[in-house]
Design a protein around this ligand. Structure first.
Ligand SMILES: NC(=O)c1ccc[n+]([C@@H]2O[C@H](COP(=O)([O-])OP(=O)(O)OC[C@H]3O[C@@H](n4cnc5c(N)ncnc54)[C@H](OP(=O)(O)O)[C@@H]3O)[C@@H](O)[C@H]2O)c1
Length: 245
């Protein structure tokens, strides 16, 4: 257990990659605030599963795209467990559309959740995380691929990477590291929804390691960045993508 006595907030922890991160950090001894937007049942079940295994966890609803979302999560975590050590900005949405057809709503929703939620999480974390803490934000490997249809989503994630690099410099003096993980395709609803079997197979063939990632592949990388062995890694984006360019 490398994270005993630590407390983490995992945004978007009710399913997918966030749920795997919550389980993994709890396994390392961390108290977890499992955030969700709509899926209370899944988030409460996960928190219950962690508690049943001897860990510490609570679920908290907050829309990270709303101005008060991240402050409310810090309030909830501090009330439940005391000061927070680790913030994982995982909650995210993707609305694919070629730019010609993209609506203002597509733009505003993705900016609000992916970029706004991460910005407000970082801002709250900068004043509320304990010294020596960690901020880990989810970007995406699509940032470097420039694929048709992914413009707005990739732009929000590129901005997350920019904030990561700047905040690493600002928080370095307090021993807080700030890094991003940029997964390639991960087998969650987020990636699989709306894609044909043929398209999923073609994307899988483009990954040198020959399979889609499981959420646990990403959780492992997050646990490393959250733990003591990554203390000298700061201001980096790790492309956890099986070698996909
Ligand atoms: N899957 C991939 O292939 C992939 C690749 C690269 C990067 N990523 C990034 O990894 C992160 C997690 O993706 P995933 O595949 O695990 O997605 P997912 O399975 O769709 O899960 C998304 C999670 O985010 C939560 N969420 C959505 N909007 C929210 C909001 N406004 N406020 C709070 N929580 C919100 C959802 O909560 P509710 O269910 O309660 O609504 C859910 O827990 C995202 O940032 C995504 O961009 C994913």
């Amino acid at each position: 257990m490398t994270l005993k006595e630590k407390t983490a907030i995992v945004t978007g922890g009710s399913k997918g990659i966030g749920a795997a991160i919550a389980r993994r950090l709890a396994h390392e001894g961390c108290a977890i605030l499992v955030n969700y937007a709509g899926n209370a049942g899944a988030a409460e079940a996960l928190a219950g599963e962690i508690r049943a295994g001897g860990g510490r966890a609570a679920a908290a609803r907050a829309d990270v795209g709303k101005p008060d979302g991240m402050d409310r999560l810090f309030d909830a975590a501090e009330t439940a467990f005391g000061a927070v050590d680790i913030l994982v900005n995982n909650a995210g949405i993707m609305r694919l559309s070629v730019l010609k057809d993209a609506s203002d709503e597509d733009f505003e929703q993705q900016c609000a959740v992916n970029l706004g939620g991460t910005f407000r999480g970082m801002r709250a974390g900068a004043s509320r995380l304990r010294d020596g803490g960690r901020i880990i934000s989810l970007s995406s490997s699509v940032v470097g691929l420039y694929q048709s249809g992914y413009g707005i989503y990739a732009a929000t994630k590129a901005a997350v990477e920019a904030l990561t690099h700047v905040l690493a410099k600002e928080l370095g003096p307090r021993g807080i590291t700030v890094n991003a993980i940029a997964p390639g395709p991960v087998a969650t609803e987020f990636f699989l929804d709306g894609k044909s079997d043929e398209l999923v197979a073609a994307i899988t063939r483009s990954i040198p390691l020959g399979r889609l990632a499981d959420p646990e592949d990403i959780a492992t990388a997050v646990a490393f960045l959250a733990g003591p062995d990554s203390g000298w890694i700061n201001g980096q984006t790790i492309r956890a993508n099986g070698g996909m360019v």
